[in-house]
Unconditional design. Structure first.
Ligand code: AMP
Length: 173
């Protein structure tokens, strides 16, 4: 299936110059969304994963469905101030300013082996901070999965040392 054709490109959102990859057009397509979840389940069935980690918020849509398909638990990484219990947190640079993400302290431990899921890899800051949080708990990052990689940005270089899989690689803006 040509998944890229299912993703709507929205120019100048949320600000001038950004080509926003809108996955809602893929999600609302019965065949395409199910196809992606099938790819995920086929890829990670038998990998010995104990949890799926999803990044707020679009990582939840793919990560939760994968956790269900594999019959294992789902762990959210969320923006600061959203998780109610004790958290570990990490800040990282955005194009303008800084962002902080959090993980419940007791969500993962040494015996866990996880895949981290997000919709899109751009500069890699979000995934790098998420992977660092996961490793801080003692858990093993088996792989990082994204639906779309913007390969003209240095995201993959930022994630050196991790295995990264992208279903769709976009080479130019
Ligand atoms: P980054 O930390 O730069 O890799 O940014 C990744 C996060 O920002 C992902 O969670 C994406 O949802 C979002 N994002 C960044 N750039 C885009 C884009 N061009 N289109 C859609 N989402 C984007």
């Amino acid at each position: 299936m040509d998944l890229l054709s299912k993703i709507r490109n929205v120019p100048n959102f949320p600000k001038p110059g950004i080509q926003f990859k809108d996955i809602t057009s893929l999600l609302q397509d019965d065949g395409a969304y199910n196809h992606v979840i099938g790819l995920l389940a086929d890829r990670y069935r038998g990998a010995g994963l104990t949890k799926v980690v999803g990044i707020e918020s679009r990582g939840f849509i793919f990560g939760a469905a994968l956790a269900h398909a594999l019959g294992i638990g789902f762990v959210p990484v969320r923006k600061q101030g959203k998780l109610p219990s004790d958290c570990i947190s990490r800040s990282y640079e955005l194009e303008y300013g800084e962002a902080t993400i959090e993980l419940h302290t007791d969500a993962l431990g040494k015996s866990d082996r996880v895949v981290i899921i997000d919709d899109l890899l751009a500069t890699g800051g979000t995934l790098e901070a998420s992977a660092a949080l996961v490793r801080q708990t003692g858990a093993t990052v088996y792989e990082i999965w994204v639906l779309i990689e913007l390969a003209f940005l240095p995201g993959r270089a930022k994630l050196k040392g991790y295995d990264v899989h992208a279903e769709i690689v976009v080479d130019s803006e």
